[in-house]
Write a protein that binds this ligand. Structure first.
Ligand code: ATP
Ligand code: MG
Ligand code: MG
Length: 379
């Protein structure tokens, strides 16, 4: 437990990782600029100031770490490759390199027999090349940035030929794009998979609900999913993660199509939004599981089982500067709701500012709106 962990990135995922480490007094140093979320929850005093893409800063972090890990995949894997000669990098820089390019990730999964939506890289970000891709994939399709994508910011749904020009402009003249066949899913599922030194473990299957390509809600267990589909989702997620090198937690996002086919949408080589619920609803959270995996601490499949059903709601920045705080305050009226705020300062519209998790209330399992039961306070 005395091994020092270094984390590239100090956002909310890093903060929740540090919170889990604090309980076990695992020393974690964070590399990011300023008073980031993750630095706010630790007074260790040796955090590294700088960009998580900066060569010198990463080397400085490596020098005070036994294991270096990431809370974001958009890092410089060339530098991770370099430091891996002197410090343990988990998961492997090779894994992060493949995954951070969403098209390379798709190709890799395809080579390893993991089903994904058919994808076509664009030679150039031109109407001609998008036209070529659409003749292979049909319309609608999803135009995506290969790199630096998150919360749907690198995505543009292309419905008709008239959208071509606008889609290319909307993705900021980005040179590195690919087109993905539209997935007519009936539901999105996610599984957090843990790769340890001994093998692959998995958390329950979660249903994720996205609005405008950004995760809004998760339900665990997934609603109206048969045991057979649940098993298929678990198997696919484990198979997908098993083909990558290194240890740690991975978030596997999947599409469940109308005919019950499952496709992997994408993989994150780190803790993930769809696994926040594990903090309250599982014996071991995704953050504790990540630390356990990278530090070779004991972890068993039964530790990841669901204790109680849970719903997670993201708190996004709204129209007003303090909309997110108003939501958090309102949620505190009901102490079955667990409120997490990320301390990100200024809210932008659509920015993830916090989340709320609720577990089933055994005293009031299914309150009906306006029923006497829902208005009654349990005494
Ligand atoms: P994240 O924040 O999860 O990293 P991202 O920016 O990498 O998101 P994706 O996961 O590729 O974006 O897509 C975001 C959402 O957009 C998906 O969860 C899904 O709702 C929708 N979407 C993505 N690809 C497709 C597709 N091929 N067909 C239909 N919908 C899609
Ligand atoms: Mg992504
Ligand atoms: Mg995604």
């Amino acid at each position: 437990m005395d091994k020092r962990v270094g984390v590239l990135g100090g956002g909310q995922l890093g903060a929740m990782l540090v919170e889990a480490a604090n309980q076990l007094r695992i020393p974690v140093n964070v590399l990011d600029v300023g008073h980031s979320s993750a630095k706010q929850v630790s007074s260790i005093g040796t955090h590294v100031e700088g960009s998580f893409k900066d060569r010198d800063a990463i080397k400085q972090l490596a020098a005070i770490s036994d294991v270096v890990t990431v809370e974001i995949e958009h890092v410089d894997t060339g530098i991770l490759e370099e430091i891996s000669g002197t410090v343990d990098v988990q998961p492997s820089w090779k894994t992060i390199r493949t995954i951070q390019d969403k098209y390379a990730q798709k190709e890799y999964l395809h080579e390893h027999g993991v089903a994904t939506a058919k994808s076509v890289p664009l030679g150039t970000a031109s109407v001609e090349d998008l036209e070529k891709a659409s003749s292979i994939l049909g319309l609608p399709l999803m135009l995506k940035s290969r790199r630096e994508a998150y919360d749907g910011r690198g995505n543009y749904p292309v419905k008709t030929k008239e959208d071509f020009k606008h889609a290319l402009e909307a993705l900021g003249g980005n040179k590195s794009l690919y087109a993905e066949k539209w997935a007519n899913f009936r539901m999105e599922l996610a599984v957090m998979v843990v790769k340890t030194k001994d093998g692959v473990l998995s958390f329950p299957t979660t249903e994720t609900v996205h609005e405008n390509s950004i995760c809004k809600l998760t339900y665990t267990p997934a609603r109206s999913v048969s045991d057979a589909i649940n098993r298929k989702a678990q198997d696919l997620a484990r198979k997908a993660v098993a083909c990558f090198q290194g240890k740690g937690v991975f978030g596997v996002e999947m599409f469940l199509l109308e005919d019950d086919t499952l496709l992997v949408n994408e993989i994150a080589p780190r803790p993930h939004n769809s696994g926040h619920y594990t903090i309250e609803a599982c014996r071991v959270s995704q953050y504790e599981a990540h630390l356990s995996a990278i530090l070779d601490l004991p972890l068993r499949q039964e530790d990841l089982e669901l204790r109680e059903p849970a719903v997670m709601l993201n708190i996004l920045g709204g129209e007003a500067k303090d909309s997110h705080l108003q939501i958090a305050e309102a949620a505190l009226e009901d102490r079955w709701l667990k409120v997490h705020l990320y301390g990100k300062g200024q809210a932008r519209k659509g920015r993830k500012m916090g989340h709320i998790t609720t577990k089933a209330n055994p005293r009031n399992p299914t309150p009906q709106p306006n029923s006497p039961q829902s208005r009654q306070n349990p005494s």
